[in-house]
Design a binder for this molecule. Sequence first.
Ligand SMILES: Nc1ncnc2c1ncn2[C@@H]1O[C@H](COP(=O)(O)OP(=O)(O)OP(=O)(O)O)[C@@H](O)[C@H]1O
Length: 363
Amino acid sequence: MPAEGPPNRDTSAPADDATGPTDDRPVAVRTTGLTKRYGDDVLAVDDLDLTVYAGEIFGFLGPNGAGKSTTIDVIMDYVRPSAGSASVLGRDAQEETRAVHERVGILPDGYGLYERLTGRKNLEYAIALKGADDDVDDLLDRVGLEVAAADRPVDGYSKGMTQRLALAIALVGDPDVLILDEPSSGLDPNGVRLVREIARGHADRGKTVFFSSHILSQVEAVCDRVAILDRGRLVAVDTIAGLREALDTGSTVTLTVDAVPDRLTLGELAGVEDVAVDGRTVRVRVGDAAAKVDVIDRVRDDGAAVLDVAIEESSLEDLFSAYTGGSSTGRNARSAESSGAGASRADEADAEEADAEAAEEQR
Ligand SMILES: Nc1ncnc2c1ncn2[C@@H]1O[C@H](COP(=O)(O)OP(=O)(O)OP(=O)(O)O)[C@@H](O)[C@H]1O
């Protein structure tokens, strides 16, 4: 748990994304020394080096005003960088914008839909503009927009319906790189889940998803790696497990046993930092992920029957707070079978609920 506040940026925050995959996957998105100033006062993006690989779902996080949308705007050449460059699939974002746009589908933070046209017309227009041959009804079906709704003008749409239509437009032409900026905004829990499924399906076919969001449970559930931006600078980029490890946050294993053994030898185990016993509950703080299973085995070896196991890890929210200096609001408890495996369905439901609440807050 990153209780000590923000990490020392010089040591824990990589200067570039050297912690990323080292395989031969093609680079989908790259920024090099990307800097964007607005006037003399605002340094929106500060010397950003970022590499996103094909087939990744890449989370792009940061507090309000961190520079996320500006980075996306440069990638799409909606704004020009003050210094540095951005490229998509090897094409320079500023020099080869048309080629970039042919390969990218974007769900922007604020979308430019034709309000007086029907959803269907908007979609047909987007398909024609991209020279694609998508089936409109297929796309409507993929994003869960009913045909009857698609035939009504967009200015009568709810926020969620508008978001689903914008998502359908982003999917036109089955883009190699899908940029989703706050994709869950306004969506109900089913919509939130749908976004996750679409992102995962896209990546499973070797395509790339660039996923910018404040809904950290959503990011945690779907992203392979995340980058955290703070005041225009990259402060971390890694898998969520890697970020946990870098901050040395550890985890807590809570065991309910039939009876606590007279001689409990957990303290002898490598990786165990603290053991506390309360009635039939044994709470064990471990600094090393591998020690979690050892803890369960050792308690059994000491003679207890393990009735229940819960494992608490630092949530992405904790990590986000630690890297950006914000306040932390708690931990993400995960129940597990006594084998130590997997989050329960109840936890998934909780995550859905939290997503929906966060989406509601954004409305
Ligand atoms: N067109 C603009 N003119 C002047 N300043 C701008 C402009 N666009 C963005 N900024 C400033 O640049 C900084 C980065 O903004 P940006 O919108 O990229 O952040 P963000 O991480 O996307 O924030 P949020 O999470 O709130 O959407 C902010 O200080 C913002 O006020």
